[in-house]
Each structure stands twice: as structure tokens, then as C-alpha cells.
Write a protein that binds this ligand. Sequence first.
Ligand code: ATP
Length: 223
Amino acid sequence: MKRQRIGILGGTFDPIHFGHLRTALELLETLAMDRMLLIPSGVPPHRQLPAATVRQRLDMIHLALISDSSLQLDARECRKQGTSYSIDTLRELRHRWGEDTALDFCVGTDAFTSMDTWYCWEELVELCNILVVSRPGWRLPDDLGALEIWRDRFTEDSDTLSQNAAGSVLFLALTPMDVSASGIRRLVSEGRSARYLLPEAVWQYIQQHRLYRADTQETSPNQ
Ligand code: ATP
């Protein structure tokens, strides 16, 4: 019987853009996942507070997913007080879905190369597979530092992965999407258009709410 597979794409989504959406959709299709969850962090541990509020980031994800039922928003981290740790979310998902369901935690190359700074990172791979998606402008360093201890779990073979509920690290090259949330915020703060880098409804929302503009940068609290 086919193993149930759940993909998980965590992130700040400040804002959500076509790099997130295309990556999530291609992973869902390539690995024949049963569902793909987008899990925005409430208070991310490794970076500055998002420029948009939690409500605004959730609104933008809702708008982006309105015409696509294949990707699902999971807002659990936004409902929590305090810092969002991926390990806590993965423990919850493992508890919810049981030992036989494959949990595929998806990260871009940029996020992967700093994963050894994440809280309880060594335990992550016991709870899930890690799918590393190539991202334009980023390559894996020859020396992976502490992540070397995962080297014997590395695979480029999705058949191997499909047998495992957790424990593998798979590298995948998908359609390269050279889009980043920071690039979008920079464009907007310079008074330029971010149209066609993200869904039109999200772009309209950014303009209506005057997000990421140089003159409103100081004013958005993270709630
Ligand atoms: P920022 O530029 O603010 O750092 P971001 O564009 O990287 O944001 P995040 O929400 O931080 O977006 O990313 C969430 C996850 O999605 C990360 O694992 C990241 O590597 C991955 N990701 C984001 N954009 C892309 C992209 N264009 N291609 C592949 N993966 C991506």
C-alpha cells in the first residue's frame, strides 16, 4: 500500500511569492504527496521580525491559495505565543499522523546550509525527511560543517525517499525561481513594482495596505 506523504514548507512568507508556490506545487507533484502544508512562522527564531504582521502574512497566503486547493495553509505556529521552532511543529505533526506517514520537510538551499543553527536540529531528521530544493544564487558549500553528520542520509533518488517516513535528506532541482521575499520588499521600498513576482491579489494587498514602503517600515508591529 502506498505510504501517505505530507509535504511541509515552513517560512516567514513576508510576503508569499511564486518561488514558494511553484516549489510547493512541483514537490507535491514530483513526490506524489497527498497534501502540501504551508506553515508560516509566528515569531521566526533566526531572523529579524517580519515587516508585515502575522495577520497580514496570513491574509496574503489566503489570497495566494484562493484558486488552488492543492496547497494548504496551516497556521498553527501563528497561533502560538513566542518563538516558532520547527522541531515543535514536526513533533506535533508526527504525533497527529503517526509513524507510517512520510513527513517531508522542504527547505531551499539557503535555509538548509544554516540548519545546524536551528533549535534541536539533529533531531529533525528523526522526525521527517528533509527535501532540499536548489535555489538560484545558492550552492551547497563543500564543507557542510555540523551538517556532515547527515551525509550518509543524503540521496538524489526519490524512489529511496518514497520508502521512508523519515530519515532521508533528498536533493532536488526544480524549476529555478529567482524570486525572494527580501527582493520584493526591497523593490517596494524603492517605490518599484513587484508585479509578476507574486500573485496579483497579493500584490494588490501589499499596495492597499502600504506594506514594505520606505515610509511605513517603522510602524508595523508583529501581531
Ligand atoms: P527572505 O528573502 O525574506 O529571506 P524567502 O524568499 O527566502 O524570504 P522564506 O519565507 O524565508 O522566503 O522561505 C521559506 C522557505 O522557502 C525556505 O526554505 C526558502 O529556502 C524557500 N524558498 C523561498 N523562496 C524560494 C525560491 N525562490 N526557490 C526555492 N525555495 C525557496
